[in-house]
Design a protein around this ligand. Structure first.
Ligand code: EPZ
Length: 418
């Protein structure tokens, strides 16, 4: 069994370069299918989800290999358009391959990604966007079969600013003749990164980061080299850790503006934060206070992915903080494990009320999902004694070396692989 053992009580100090963003790398690996050449993702983070994407690309016939820290994808040899169930189940966000395969091959077939730890993960907006471009989409027996040899540009209006649906629409539109306008697009920084990558391939995409993205389709697309943006959620995780235990850390490799709602919350809690183009510095005495209600919402609102780690940082704060999780139905599964450590959290549907307690107790806890797992590690950093965090495969999906990074900053923590 693999686990992370952490002994509470150490303050965090030092500098850390944040990994490239998981939620940029994944759609960009799918977008590489559109290229007839070789794409190099520089300093690609070694994540379970990246390995899962590589397995899908290899299944499709692409050549994928690591060259040092870079991941090289050659899509010239792509021959298949289907993703088998086993590969779909390995990574829920595999649905992001749908638009790219359809644009490249004129057809695509994959199984429903199904729900995940966060609750149901519908793809109705994805499929509706593809139908708007002229694709025939049939859903039968848990599989989605798309045909679209002659996709045509259109106006796609998304009912919700879904990140994945926006990305699938952009990728499919690259294979559609004419102009596609995506209205109510998600505005996450990772979508701007995808646009930057596509432009390097030769695609004509503009407007990413706003609610309206425009794509001029059917361009011959070459290969390129690309380094993804820094992972704003990983950065939020380290800042929340230092906020909770006290210390002085400096992060580089991430745009401070992309996590301003998180840094604002940590400042409200009592941290001192300074930043410029190159770094984000957080100083904390570890004695935090409760803050105004935290409501998760689409970017530029408070990111749902940072909800669990901010909650973990406030478990011993003086006072109370209310969280409202508006993005996913089941994103409080880490709470039951935090209660085992002595936290005082009350749940009522989408609302979590966190009352600070003087102490947390180290014990054995189990990860339930990626960000909830990170929250358990952050609770362990604060707890009396040793905390054993199990089921850490969830954490490996999104952090290349969470334990190593925290140890580098002074935490008494190690990953135990048996
Ligand atoms: C992306 O997931 C991220 N994953 C998630 O990060 C993140 O939590 C989420 O965006 C929200 O920011 C990647 O980028 C790989 P959505 P995605 O479509 O695209 C509903 C992490 O921890 N919806 O924006 O799946 C959906 O149910 C992961 O790094 C529909 O109803 O999220 C949810 O309530 C977790 N129909 C809301 O929209 C659809 O067709 C937002 O989901 C699609 C989505």
């Amino acid at each position: 069994m693999n686990m992370i053992a952490v002994e509470g009580g150490s303050r965090l100090r030092g500098e850390l370069t944040v990994q490239s963003a998981k939620n940029s790398v994944l759609p960009i690996l799918a977008a590489a299918i559109l290229s007839s050449g070789v794409c190099v993702i520089e300093r690609c983070p070694r994540l379970e989800d990246v390995e899962a994407s590589g397995a899908i690309l290899r299944h499709l016939g692409c050549r994928v290999c690591w060259q040092g820290e870079d991941l090289v994808v050659d899509s010239s040899s792509l021959v298949r358009w289907d993703i088998p169930d086993a590969l779909m189940r390995r990574m829920r966000s595999s649905v992001i391959f749908l638009g790219a395969i359809l644009a490249r091959c004129g057809r695509a077939e994959l199984s429903y990604p199904g729900g995940c730890e966060l609750g149901p993960r519908p793809i109705d907006l994805h499929l509706s966007a593809l139908r708007t471009l002229g694709a025939q989409v049939e859903e039968c027996g848990g599989r989605v079969c798309c045909r679209g040899e002659g996709l045509r540009g259109a106006e796609i209006v998304l009912g919700l600013p879904s990140v994945g649906a926006t990305e699938n629409a952009i990728l499919a539109a690259c294979g559609a003749c004419g102009t596609t306008v995506i209205v109510n697009a998600a505005r996450e920084p990772e979508i701007i990164d995808l646009q930057d990558f596509l432009r390097k391939l030769g695609a004509e995409v503009r407007g990413a980061g706003t609610s309206t993205v425009i794509v001029e389709g059917v361009r011959p697309l070459r290969g390129c080299c690309h380094r993804c943006i820094g992972d704003r959620i990983a950065a939020a995780t380290y800042l929340a850790a230092a906020a909770a235990v006290g210390g002085d850390i400096c992060l580089s490799g991430v745009d401070y503006r992309s996590l301003s709602t998180v840094t604002t919350a940590l400042q409200q809690a009592g941290c001192r934060i300074s930043s410029d183009e190159q770094y984000i510095r957080l100083r904390s005495d570890g004695a935090l206070r409760g803050i105004c209600p935290v409501r998760t919402s689409p970017y530029p609102g408070f990111p749902t992915d940072a909800q669990a780690v901010l909650m973990a940082s406030l478990l011993r704060a003086r006072g109370t903080t209310v969280f409202v999780e508006n993005m996913f139905q089941s994103r409080y599964r880490h709470v039951s494990e935090l209660l085992r450590m002595g936290a005082d959290i009350r749940l009522e549907g989408r609302v979590a009320v966190v009352c600070g307690v003087p102490h947390l107790c180290g014990t054995a806890v189990r990860c339930t999902d990626l960000r909830g797992g990170a929250a358990l590690v952050l609770a362990g950093l604060q707890a009396d004694g040793i905390t054993q965090v199990e089921n850490i495969h969830h954490i490996r999906r999104g952090y290349s070396d969470l334990a190593g990074d925290l140890a580098h900053l002074g935490a008494r923590i190690q990953e135990i692989r048996e």
